[in-house]
Design a protein around this ligand. Sequence first.
Ligand code: NAD
Ligand code: DAU
Length: 347
Amino acid sequence: MKLLVTGGAGFIGANYVQHVLATYPDDEIVTFDLLTYAGNLANLEPVLDNPRHRFVRGDIADRAAVTAALGDGVDAIVNFAAESHVDRSIADAGVFLTTNVVGTQVLLDAARAHGVGRFLQVSTDEVYGSLGPTGAFSEETPLAPNSPYAASKAAADLLVRAAHHTHGVPALITRCSNNYGPYQFPEKLIPLFVTNALADQPLPLYGDGRQVRDWIHVEDHCRGVDLVLRQGRVGEVYNLGGGNERENLEVAKLILDTLGKPRSLIRHVSDRLGHDRRYAIDARKIERELGWTPRREFARGLDDTIEWYRAHRAWWEAVKSGAYRDYYERTYGQRLVGAAGVEGDRT
Ligand code: NAD
Ligand code: DAU
């Protein structure tokens, strides 16, 4: 297969590109990525010299650039490209609409014009909103996004659905829970807390820290995306989850304990606006139809991930310089000054 992988220089996309090139000796990939703050060519370093891989810098919302990248045509488009961080969408939603909504429509139009055989939209469980203490999101759960990020992803999902229904674009959607693993940008919970702990910096825990996320290792997500791309039924949505619900406070403690750092590094800071309380995924459809289940056990996967960040200090120190510092100050500066207390006081 020849694939166009958009957003392939980001966290999940880079893991996916490496997975496909290692798994299918005849596959070729064009990685198309704008290299925003979250995109990093260093994430693709192991495949940059691979003759079956080509990198093109460009914006998915730019029709001419997308058309040029498609060249003589591809068999499939896998769209990972997105603005992906909830906190940034709360501060400024504009670019989320341009990239996540307009960009997805541009890709759908290009797929139709070029007769692309498969179009996979990488979506998220956040389109379903938030759960109470019980239950799980199935593919039939109504869309009820709560953050501007989630709303932009839900809008993209509806455009994908419409392109399939109206124009017969052979599209599929995956909706996955929270990923962790190598190359994740340290604005997200696990890499932020791991790298702050390694640097003996405070871990800013929002609110009471009792929010629940269903953590899945990025390798399991990539395997699932690939299975849906190759064997899924077009027009369908497939949920993916880790079957591994944890409170944020528990994750913070696990990270500190693994690194031998004191729990007093935890700081309860003011909560995220509109913070979703709990996500959980019912993944029975993909298990039943495609035989997918997550393989990486959380304790082991988290250990490996912590070890990866310990061994790749130069990678995250470079990422955390420059513009990242301004972002960190804007997001956490006042919150950390006014922090409600340290977790060590409570446990
Ligand atoms: P990320 O922020 O690490 O990477 C996003 C990538 O997209 C970056 O390389 C960036 O440069 C690129 N990009 C951004 N705007 C672009 C544009 N206009 N044109 C071309 N490239 C652009 O994100 P991630 O965590 O790897 O997430 C990838 C996808 O998976 C996203 O669509 C996200 O919504 C979805 N998803 C993420 C998770 C998670 O836990 N991280 C879970 C479920 C779904
Ligand atoms: O569920 C899938 C989604 O998971 C993806 O679609 C998103 O792209 C991805 O960013 C992620 O969204 P979350 O908002 O769940 O992830 P984040 O890592 O930002 O936060 C995880 C939890 O940790 C959430 O309850 C907020 C909390 N948190 C996060 C940060 C960054 C903190 O307590 N402190 C923090 O500093």
